[in-house]
Ligand binder design. Structure first.
Ligand SMILES: NC(=O)c1ccc[n+]([C@@H]2O[C@H](COP(=O)([O-])OP(=O)(O)OC[C@H]3O[C@@H](n4cnc5c(N)ncnc54)[C@H](OP(=O)(O)O)[C@@H]3O)[C@@H](O)[C@H]2O)c1
Length: 334
């Protein structure tokens, strides 16, 4: 089969012919992939900035495809069905945090940037009917990360005002779309005015460019303070988020793209009773609840960037440069 393989750190990915996954243990299935989606994780792995990297590997955590083989009588209804895959494996028994065995599809196990992938049947979910194969591929990793950050960790209820930072990001755009579908008023930040306009076109109430000097004052001047802030950048701007919090607000952070938080003033945090909460991907329950939410509310991810599998490195470069808006998709079949 054709697959996108990372053979070495800081090297381009290569399109290679690999052996098809074949022998199925009980409880396993083979999915013929139609579309896969990138996550920043794939770029971190390529740059060697990820824990316990094992190479070579077929990258990719997200995908939508058709089940072509299955060794699990209780899941035989999936055969020939279109599915997406929960890439968060072995979360474990505690919904509040993942087990030590937790791993993510697409390193160390071979992932979805390939014609076929072998997965355990318990991670299969039927593709939502209201979505195309391409749209469904955008769901798994970013969708569940956004869902957990917003609802499980953020305890978001409608009526609360939400700020999502760096709206160009795949998870950020999901967080915005889920919150809007939940009836929340959502504001965004971005380094690109055009992305803010795109977010507004999708239902955001407004946004500010974090490259503007004193960008946070633009929100404060409009008396805009937030109940939940969904954040993944950190770095020097993080302390400004505290100034944008309503009393008892939550800042849910799932990434640190810009590195360490430079400064925090304790009094501002305890006086306003602010919670800063970490969030990572999602439990099996989060994934199930996310799928229910997407199906109930008919949420449709916005997709702008689609590449052929052969152009996987171009897709990786786009994500690395940060010029994307939302998910970047790979079309598996030519
Ligand atoms: N903990 C988890 O489970 C988990 C899951 C998924 C992702 N992550 C992490 O979360 C981060 C985002 O992941 P992703 O896949 O969504 O990546 P992505 O699509 O590459 O998004 C990164 C985004 O960061 C934004 N950004 C850059 N500088 C910023 C700044 N100064 N302030 C605010 N935002 C800024 C950019 O938004 P603009 O283009 O709008 O400027 C950019 O689009 C990555 O670090 C990733 O490793 C963690």
């Amino acid at each position: 089969m054709k697959a996108v393989v990372l053979n070495d750190i800081n090297k381009d990915v290569e399109i290679q012919t690999c052996i098809n996954p074949d022998i199925l243990n009980s409880g396993e299935a083979i999915v013929k992939l139609l579309y896969a989606a990138l996550n920043h994780r794939d770029v971190w792995i390529q740059k060697g900035k990820y824990a316990s990297i094992k190479l070579p590997v077929i990258l990719g955590s997200d995908g939508c495809g058709e089940v072509v083989e299955i060794n699990d009588i209780s899941c035989s209804h999936f055969l020939s069905k279109k599915v997406i895959i929960n890439p968060g494996m072995n979360w474990g028994p505690n919904a509040t945090f993942q087990s030590k065995e937790f791993s993510i599809l697409g390193m160390p196990t071979d992932g979805t940037f390939a014609e076929f992938v072998k997965v355990q049947t318990k991670y299969l979910y039927e593709k939502p009917e209201h979505l195309t194969d391409l749209e469904a591929a955008a769901i798994p990793l970013a969708g569940v990360t956004a869902y957990r950050a917003l609802f499980t960790q953020g305890n978001c209820s409608n009526g609360q005002r939400i700020l999502v930072t760096g709206i160009g990001g795949g998870v950020a755009l999901w967080a915005m779309q889920l919150a809007i579908a939940n009836g929340n008023d959502v504001w965004v930040t971005s380094g690109d005015d055009e992305k803010i306009e795109q977010a507004i076109a999708l239902g955001a109430k407004g946004g500010v460019n974090y490259n503007n000097e004193k960008w946070w004052e633009e929100l404060q001047k409009q008396n805009l303070f937030f109940d939940i802030i969904i954040e993944s950048a950190c770095g020097k701007n993080f302390e400004k988020l505290i100034d944008l919090c309503n009393p008892a607000a939550k800042i849910v952070l799932y990434g640190g793209t810009l590195g360490d938080i430079e400064k925090l003033i304790p009094a501002k945090i305890f006086w306003k009773q602010i919670s800063i909460i970490g969030s990572t991907m999602g439990s099996d329950i989060d994934f199930k609840n996310m799928m229910q939410f997407i199906n109930d509310k008919k949420v449709k991810p916005f997709i702008k960037h689609v590449y052929n599998l052969n152009d996987a490195q171009k897709a990786m470069d786009l994500m690395n440069n940060g010029n994307q808006f939302g998910k970047i998709i790979l079309k598996i079949e030519e």
